[in-house]
Design a protein around this ligand. Structure first.
Ligand SMILES: *[C@@H]1O[C@H](CO)[C@@H](O)[C@H](O)[C@H]1NC(C)=O
Ligand SMILES: *[C@@H]1O[C@H](CO)[C@@H](O)[C@H](O)[C@H]1NC(C)=O
Ligand SMILES: *[C@@H]1O[C@H](CO)[C@@H](O)[C@H](O)[C@H]1NC(C)=O
Ligand SMILES: *[C@@H]1O[C@H](CO)[C@@H](O)[C@H](O)[C@H]1NC(C)=O
Ligand SMILES: *[C@@H]1O[C@H](CO)[C@@H](O)[C@H](O)[C@H]1NC(C)=O
Ligand SMILES: *[C@@H]1O[C@H](CO)[C@@H](O)[C@H](O)[C@H]1NC(C)=O
Length: 408
């Protein structure tokens, strides 16, 4: 217990002596070397900036603020420059704070706080003025653009400091533009361009230019929607029912194009529709009220806009009423029918040949097995007697001769 108290006491006195040393040191510094302290200030143009200069230990020596052009703004509490944007906030022996209102980019720079000791001591502080970029503007939109045109969209923003960043979005997906930067005075003009060839797919696409900058809490954005004019594309939608004699039949000419091609013209085999009583055209639809075999032929629809003309064709085959019913549309027959038939035929032929081969081979094998089994007795057939037969069967001519002599 006693030991512990003793220890605490030693620790306490140690700390006290350290503080004492530190205290006398800083006092000595204050006495001999007074020094002005400042801080950098960043402000958005149009705002106001407080410039503060402090001296911790001062013997009533005067403080002064001067601007980047070395003009004195305030000397103590005395205003030196006639500029009503600048006013005094606090003047004491330890502080000189001034306020610059309605800051402009020209106020940007290095400010000096001077302490009039002998010799004079100075400290510098940066006043950084942020230039607010203008709202982005997109130029280069030719409305409407024509399919195949090459267009250059340019987005520009003026007056940013530091230079703003421009980003492009094509329907919310970022795309890269080419950036160009020019300094105009203390601020920057930033431009970013996109160059591309327009096609149908660009019709209705939104291009957004956004500007990012430290002085902005939200992005500045501008959007333009591209309008592309293109030649029409036509297609005749395939009817779901098969064309049977006497039936009602309808064809529709589906068109895309910008501007929308109007009207749609119908023709048959290169001429006018032969029977306007039964063939009714309504907008993009051609209706044949009662199909007749004489309606066979090629029907064509045609439409144009100022960029071009397009056509689509449909070959009509009218089937007799008592016909069992076509299973496929003859317009599609050209692609599938013959292929299936051909494949079927080839398969049938291959199967047939294989079967024939198996049968022929089977028969041949069966016959040969029989001959082979009776081969041993082959020599006997043309032998005059049993002995010769045996010799012949052995198949050795020399032996046969010897044996013959022996028997004679
Ligand atoms: C003030 O700004 C200048 C220039 O940006 C820089 O060099 C300096 O270190 C800054 N001083 C302080 C105290 O932040
Ligand atoms: C400047 O100082 C004044 C007075 O202390 C204060 O009211 C004001 O908010 C300060 N302005 C800035 C931008 O710090
Ligand atoms: C500073 O000036 C004030 C009044 O002008 C005076 O009362 C004070 O004693 C002076 N201080 C020093 C350290 O000279
Ligand atoms: C930048 O300056 C060059 C040359 O003076 C000029 O051709 C160009 O258009 C300018 N660009 C911008 C973004 O102002
Ligand atoms: C088809 O047309 C011919 C000649 O126009 C007509 O004689 C015939 O009756 C028609 N057939 C049907 C089923 O309408
Ligand atoms: C119309 O086409 C169908 C199917 O090919 C055919 O059977 C019929 O004979 C044709 N009629 C005429 C008048 O060509």
């Amino acid at each position: 217990m006693i030991f512990k108290q003793h220890f605490v006491f030693i620790l306490y006195s140690l700390c006290a002596s350290v503080f004492k040393v530190a205290g006398t040191k800083s006092k000595a510094k204050g006495g001999q070397g007074q020094f002005p302290i400042t801080q950098n200030v960043t402000v958005v143009e149009g705002g106001s900036a407080n410039m503060t200069c402090r001296v911790d230990y001062n013997d009533n020596t005067s403080l002064q603020w001067s601007n980047p052009a070395q003009q004195t703004l305030f000397f103590g509490d005395k205003k030196a420059l006639r500029d009503n944007r600048i006013e005094l906030i606090r003047a004491s022996s330890q502080e000189l704070t001034i306020k610059i209102g309605d800051v402009s980019l020209s106020d940007d720079g290095l400010y000096t706080c001077s302490l009039f000791t002998m010799p004079v001591k100075t400290t510098k502080a940066f006043l950084t003025v942020l230039g607010v970029p203008s709202r982005p503007e997109i130029t280069g939109f030719t409305k409407p653009a024509l399919e195949g045109d090459t267009i250059t969209l340019t987005c520009s923003t003026l007056g940013s400091k530091p230079a703003a960043n421009i980003r492009w979005f094509r329907n919310d997906k970022e795309v890269q533009g080419s950036k160009e930067l020019n300094a105009t005075g203390k601020s920057f003009t930033v431009r970013s361009s996109l160059q591309f060839q327009v096609d149908k797919g660009e019709d209705g696409v939104a291009y957004t230019c956004s500007v990012e900058h430290v002085s902005l809490s939200n992005l500045y954005t501008t959007t333009e929607v591209l309008e592309v004019h293109y030649a029409p594309l036509l297609e005749i939608s395939k009817p779901k029912i098969d064309p049977l004699e006497g039936q009602y039949f309808k064809l529709e000419c589906v068109s895309i194009g910008n501007p929308i091609p109007e009207p749609v013209l119908w023709s048959k085999d290169g001429g006018e529709l032969p029977d306007i009583e039964r063939m009714i055209v309504e907008g993009r639809e051609l209706t044949i009220t009662t199909l007749n075999k004489t309606d066979n032929g090629t029907y064509r629809c045609e439409a144009s806009n100022h960029l071009g003309t397009s056509t689509a064709e449909y070959k009509l085959f009218v089937y007799a009423k008592d016909f069992p019913g076509p299973t496929t549309d003859p317009n599609a027959l050209g692609q599938h029918g013959p292929d299936h038939a051909l494949i079927g035929g080839v398969v049938a032929v291959v199967v047939f040949i294989t079967l024939c081969l198996i049968i022929v081979l089977g028969r041949y094998l069966a016959r040969h097995k029989g001959t082979y089994l009776t081969h041993e007795a082959k020599g006997a057939e043309d032998a005059p007697d049993a002995d010769t037969a045996i010799i012949n069967a052995e198949g050795n001519h020399v032996h046969a001769e010897e044996k013959k002599e022996y028997f004679i």
